[in-house]
Design a binder for this molecule. Structure first.
Ligand code: FE2
Length: 198
């Protein structure tokens, strides 16, 4: 059974002015779709065809012979997770348990935001900046290319895509400006809280 592209959780123009409808149109309609369609082609007729996306990722991670499948499966997963990590009117400090956990782990929301920005800006080349739960602790990490936090050791809570295709049309080379704007205006803390509780 082929994987399908999940609908965006908001309209293509809903994240403006932080991320333009033009960027979302290419990012979702071209990049995300191509990862998914390539994945479907690569697994057609193989033992992976009947697996869930999580199972395909787990089965192909660290397998050099199936790196193309892993890359396209993980990029399919990462992008769906990224769309859900953003929402119109999001960003700023969370409330409730997450606010307490962030303060305990990073000292304050401001220090967390500064470290998240540094993690995202500091990733050399293409990749992702993540808030994860690891061994019961909130932690920031970045991954290169298609790499992602791997369960059961790591549970992803939120992500920012720092591939150039995520920001180049709107910010050109100014990745720090894109990351700051996402942190201030788009992060979906309800999604992070739901992941933390799951
Ligand atoms: Fe992307």
């Amino acid at each position: 059974m082929a994987f399908e592209l999940p609908p965006l959780p908001w309209a293509e123009n809903a994240l403006e002015p932080t991320i333009s409808a033009n960027t979302i149109s290419f990012h979702y309609g071209k990049h995300h779709r191509t990862y998914l369609e390539t994945l479907n082609k690569l697994i057609a007729g193989t033992d992976l065809e009947s697996k869930s996306l999580d199972e395909v990722i787990a089965a192909t991670a660290s397998d050099p012979a199936r790196v193309a499948i892993f890359n396209n499966a993980a990029q399919t997963w990462n992008h769906t997770f990224y769309w859900n990590s953003l929402k119109p009117g999001g960003g700023g400090a969370p409330t409730g348990e997450l606010a307490e956990r962030l303060t305990a782990a990073f000292g304050s929301y401001a220090q967390f935001a500064e470290q998240l920005k540094a993690t995202a800006v500091g990733r050399f080349g293409s990749g992702w900046a993540w808030l994860v739960l690891e061994n019961g602790q909130l932690k920031l990490m970045s991954t290169g290319n298609a790499e992602k936090p791997m369960p059961p050791q790591q549970k992803a809570l939120l992500v920012i895509d720092v591939w150039e295709h995520a920001y180049y049309l709107d910010y050109q080379n100014r990745r720090p400006d894109y990351v700051q704007a996402v942190i201030d205006h788009l992060l979906n803390w309800e999604f992070a809280a739901a992941n933390l509780a799951s």
